[in-house]
Design a protein around this ligand. Structure first.
Ligand code: HEC
Length: 196
């Protein structure tokens, strides 16, 4: 009985201490102050496990459609590239100040993600990291294009990337990303990806 009482008391003390810490405003929320190693460990493990679990139900179609990489390249250049960079195109300067820092999509660590994981992350984003969710604004077909492009990225020269990402090449999916032209295979309405 005494043991239970002591446990309850210490749990109460921890909760009260945490509440005082939060309410005091002492915690430095700035993106210029790195996480403590323990916080970083817990956040990264949480992200990995969450992505693994939530992407398990993702079903992808055959990604061999020859139009997909072109459409993906255009969308990648106009959105992802700003934070992640692309062959021959450094990321924007502001992206240096993002914390956590956006990883290089050609790196082995990035490419270790499964197709389902990459697709799920770009569709749903990552809370409190600056990585946006793209499914509210872009059609599944467009995100599938980015996925195909992501897999080709490590082998693309800057010239090859520019040819793929030329605006004319993306017209098959509606020209400007997110703005369907209403012609060709780009006529699908922009609908959010299956809720998952
Ligand atoms: C506004 C900046 C920004 C844009 C735009 C952006 N990202 Fe990110 N992205 C991030 C940040 C920051 C992270 C790091 C998150 C973390 O470490 O938890 C990230 C992480 C990722 C990851 C996880 C990588 C890994 O190793 O687990 C993937 C996949 C990804 N982004 C894909 C994309 C794609 C595809 C696009 C474009 C459709 C895109 N991102 C656009 C900021 C951005």
């Amino acid at each position: 009985m005494r043991c239970v009482k002591a446990l309850a008391l210490s749990a109460g003390a921890v909760i009260a201490g945490a509440a005082v810490f939060v309410a005091s405003g002492v915690y430095d929320i700035s993106a210029t102050s790195p996480h403590w190693p323990v916080t970083r460990f817990v956040l990264e493990l949480t992200r990995e496990r969450s992505v693994e679990t939530h992407s398990a139900g993702v079903e992808l179609p055959d990604l061999k459609d020859p139009k997909l990489p072109e459409a993906g390249a255009l969308l990648f250049r106009e959105t992802c590239r700003l934070c992640h960079g692309a062959p021959g195109h450094p990321r924007e300067k502001f992206a240096e100040g993002l914390y956590p820092n956006p990883p290089d999509p050609t790196s082995a660590e990035f490419q270790e993600n499964s197709d389902a994981e990459l697709y799920w992350i770009m569709g749903h984003g990552l809370k409190m990291t600056g990585m946006p969710a793209f499914s509210p604004a872009y059609a599944p077909k467009q995100l599938e294009g980015v996925l195909v492009l992501l897999r080709r990225l490590p082998k693309l020269s800057p010239q090859e990337f520019d040819v793929l990402a030329a605006p004319a090449a993306g017209e098959g999916l509606g020209g400007s990303p997110g703005v369907p032209s209403g012609s060709g295979s780009g006529s699908e309405p922009i609908t959010p990806a299956e809720g998952k």
